[in-house]
Design a protein around this ligand. Structure first.
Ligand code: GLY
Length: 337
């Protein structure tokens, strides 16, 4: 079992990574907790045993469950059940569950402990680590939320064996970015080691910049995400999040080359990682560049013109004010014909 510490002073917590990690729940419960509210979805075939009084609070299926109404329902149900601030919430599922339950935990009684048991690859290498919680509004994704660090995270790699192949591949898209954030030889690592290496990388970044200060290190975790979020926001393309990130990584590499920041060999390293994971690298053939550029200009990071995380001689950095012409040329180049 790998054990990674997210080092945040008094908010530090362990992340256990390996087969059977969910069975270590009892060991990481907050001292004095008497009740564990388990939040999950019916489609998630993973159960946990907290070893104290526990009850299941199911969320509806799908991304639609990540909404303000779910937070109200959870808080009301917890109140009726008698959950106190000394107790614990355990979120078992993918990003929808950990983001929603994490946010409900952040606001319930002004904050109750939460333990995440992410059951998807995407959740294990990203969503469940680092304390970002939140829900969507009809106006956009993740618009309401809070930083609320979990008290532990259990990344049980056994649960990944039950994932539908496309869901698993989507997780690989999120994983691929870590090859450019300092995880060497990522594609050569066994799954447990790869998840642990990505968690350790994210833990270092979050430890250095917990609240994503502008241009701080945490923003670099969004490598490949500017285009990915735009494709998802447009919403017309049949892409899972990690697939969109993979296309976003290929695009970011090509854009960095076009801007003279990296050479062809470095671009090829991006393609090698992405194709090694069998991920898409081309935009959908019907991508509307104007629409995508408009959405990218509204990105949260875009403080001054089009803004991207780009590779360069000293590694990744946030680059603002990228010329629209260059972006348009590169979008054209990475569009499948
Ligand atoms: N998913 C990016 C972050 O946690 O900061």
């Amino acid at each position: 079992m790998h054990e990674v510490l997210v080092d945040l002073g008094e908010r530090s917590y362990p992340v256990l990574v390996g087969p059977g990690a969910r069975h270590r729940l009892l060991e990481v419960l907050p001292i004095g907790a008497r009740k564990a509210a388990i939040v999950s979805q019916d489609t998630i075939p993973v159960t946990v045993d907290a070893g104290i009084e526990q009850a299941l609070f199911p969320l509806d299926d799908g991304e639609e469950a990540k909404c303000v109404e779910s937070v109200e329902e959870l808080c009301r149900a917890w109140t009726r059940w008698g959950l106190t601030r000394a107790d614990v919430v355990v979120a078992v599922g993918g990003g929808v569950v950990t983001d929603t339950a994490g946010f409900a935990a952040a606001v319930y009684h002004r904050g109750v402990a939460v333990i995440h048991v992410p059951t998807t690859l995407l959740g294990q290498v990203d969503a469940a680590i680092g304390g970002k919680t939140g829900v969507n509004l009809p106006e956009g994704k993740n618009l309401v939320g809070a930083f609320w660090q979990p008290s532990a995270v259990l990344c049980d790699t056994e649960t990944l064996l039950t994932l539908p192949p496309r869901e698993y591949r989507s997780g690989l898209g999120e994983m691929a970015k870590y090859a450019f954030l300092g995880v060497d030889d990522l594609p050569d690592l066994a799954l447990d080691d790869a998840v642990a290496a990505c968690v350790a990388c994210k833990a270092r970044v979050v430890g250095a910049d917990e609240r994503e200060a502008t241009s701080g290190r945490r923003a670099l975790l969004n490598y490949g995400h500017t285009l990915a979020h735009a494709l998802e926001t447009v919403g017309r393309y049949d892409l899972r999040h990690g697939e969109a990130v993979a296309i976003g990584l290929a695009f970011a590499a090509e854009l960095a080359r076009r801007l003279g920041r990296i050479d062809t060999r470095r671009v090829d390293e991006h393609y090698a990682v992405l194709s090694g994971y069998n991920l898409p690298v081309a935009l959908p053939p019907d991508t509307d560049a104007d629409e995508v550029i408009t959405v990218m200009a509204r990105d949260k990071k875009a403080t001054s013109g089009l803004t991207f995380v780009l590779d360069g001689p000293t590694g990744l950095e946030v680059v603002a004010g990228v010329a629209e012409e260059a972006v348009r040329d590169v979008l054209d180049m990475v569009q499948a014909r």
